[in-house]
Design a protein around this ligand. Structure first.
Ligand code: AMP
Length: 423
């Protein structure tokens, strides 16, 4: 009896991105990159593992990501290393370590790649997911906040996505945040009995995180909580107003959301999120904010910064809901009949592919009927029919699969003839 082997399956929370989808991924990436480049961004590529300390120090010890979601393991010398849960910390590390600021403090950088978080997997939430990040260093002006959000919004407009909203908040700065934290902490202290167990814990260590708790029993406490915008110092208030004017002048519809704190500690001032009404619970498709203290906190010079991350997996899901996939079907299917024509047809398939003509060929021995069936199944636009007789006569048949028209193509200079025929 034939031996059957066990199938090895992928790990929960991870996924394969199949050929049906990859066209959409590339389309989104190309759209975003083209736009980012128009706004002066350059690509940076970084490792996906970093020292654990980098994330502890930047994202914050008392955040969900650092407390329970990181893939951390020992490196070769026993030091702790982590699969990156987000990209900003690595971009900042590189900006400092490679002294990018010394050449030019203003840097606009983007990067695309996988992130890893050990979250509870569900629709729209994976343990390996992909982000497109854009980060700007060295600019404090609120105009850059507005421009960055404008650029992000334009990506979504170019992808023809509707049903979006921009949620906006300011998280203040080290001058004004402590008084807000205090007011919040005393509000929470008076309501401890109504908080979920996670929030009771957060209440002391990181009270801001209570504001984005989704547990229903916490909602009432959150609803009456003080808002950061009421505690902003003059500089932060001026900055926040200017961001809003900039967005309004560009016609970006935004909503002030005093509960938007984002899950990472490094944000200061502007925080934003793009939400969709089409994906259910996992409704954030991009988020970001200003992080003016982070470069210094990670050992660099004092440089303001702001950035965002687009969640590619969710964006792909949105785009695929709206668009029928444009399939990459072959321009030419070579139906090679018999072993004797194999050498010639092999050569032609290489030459046609090299010319950028999408070519498919079957190297096995099949009947014309079987080959035509396959050409139909894979949506080939034309079939080149090649038998021994055709080779002897110096001409082959090109059949248009839609109109069923057939033309004779001389073998001499065939690639050029086909190219002309396809245009
Ligand atoms: P964050 O880095 O948490 O600010 O997230 C930025 C964006 O990445 C979110 O708006 C989501 O679209 C996406 N994202 C974050 N976590 C996940 C996840 N586990 N699975 C899929 N997408 C995610």
């Amino acid at each position: 009896m034939e031996e059957r082997f066990n199938m090895i399956q992928l790990i929960r929370g991870f996924k394969d991105i199949l050929p049906d989808e990859t066209q959409t991924w590339r389309h989104i990436e190309d759209t975003a990159i083209a736009l980012f480049q128009s706004f002066g961004f350059k690509e940076i590529r970084l490792p996906i593992v970093e020292k654990t300390e980098l994330f502890q120090r930047s994202i914050g010890e008392h955040t969900d990501i650092v407390e329970k979601e990181m893939y951390t393991f020992a490196g070769s010398k026993g030091e702790l290393i982590t699969l990156r849960p987000e990209a900003t910390a690595s971009v900042v590390r590189s900006y400092i370590q490679q002294k990018l600021y010394a050449k030019e403090p203003i840097q606009k950088l983007y990067t695309i790649g996988p992130m890893f978080r050990r979250e509870r997997p569900q629709k729209g939430r994976y343990r390996q997911f992909y982000q497109i990040n854009a980060e700007v260093f060295g600019i404090e002006s609120p105009y850059i906040d507005a421009q960055l959000i404008f650029m992000l919004w334009t990506v979504f407009m170019r992808l023809e996505i509707t049903g979006l909203s921009v949620q906006l908040n300011s998280l203040g700065c080290p001058a004004c945040r402590p008084s807000f934290k205090e007011a919040l902490a005393s509000h929470l202290a008076s309501k401890t009995g109504s908080l979920c167990s996670d929030c009771v814990r957060r209440q002391d260590k990181n009270p801001l995180r209570v504001l984005d708790c989704k547990v229903p029993s916490c909602q009432e406490v959150i609803d009456d909580a003080p808002s950061m915008v009421d505690y902003l110092c003059d500089d932060c208030a001026r900055h926040f107003n200017a961001v809003q004017s900039g967005l309004a002048s560009q016609g970006i519809p935004f909503e002030l959301n005093p509960r938007l704190v984002r899950g990472l500690d490094y944000y200061t001032r502007t925080a934003f999120e793009i939400q969709t009404d089409a994906l259910g619970a996992q409704n954030a498709i991009a988020g970001g904010g200003r992080y003016d203290m982070l470069v210094k906190m990670l050992g660099g010079p004092e440089q303001p910064a702001i950035g965002f991350a687009i969640g590619l997996d969710r964006l792909v899901a949105l785009v695929m809901q709206g668009l029928a996939q444009k399939e990459l079907t072959p321009d030419i299917f070579i139906a090679a009949l018999g072993e004797k024509v194999r050498e010639k047809t092999f050569e032609w398939s290489c030459a046609l592919g090299q010319e950028g003509i999408r070519t498919e060929i079957d190297f096995s021995d099949k009947s014309l009927k079987a080959l035509m069936k396959r050409a139909n199944r894979i949506g080939a636009a034309n079939v080149l029919i090649v038998g021994t007789q055709e080779i002897e006569e110096g001409a082959v048949l090109l059949r248009n699969m839609q109109t069923k028209e057939q033309v004779t193509i001389p073998i001499e200079g065939m690639v050029n003839h086909i190219k002309k025929h396809l245009t």
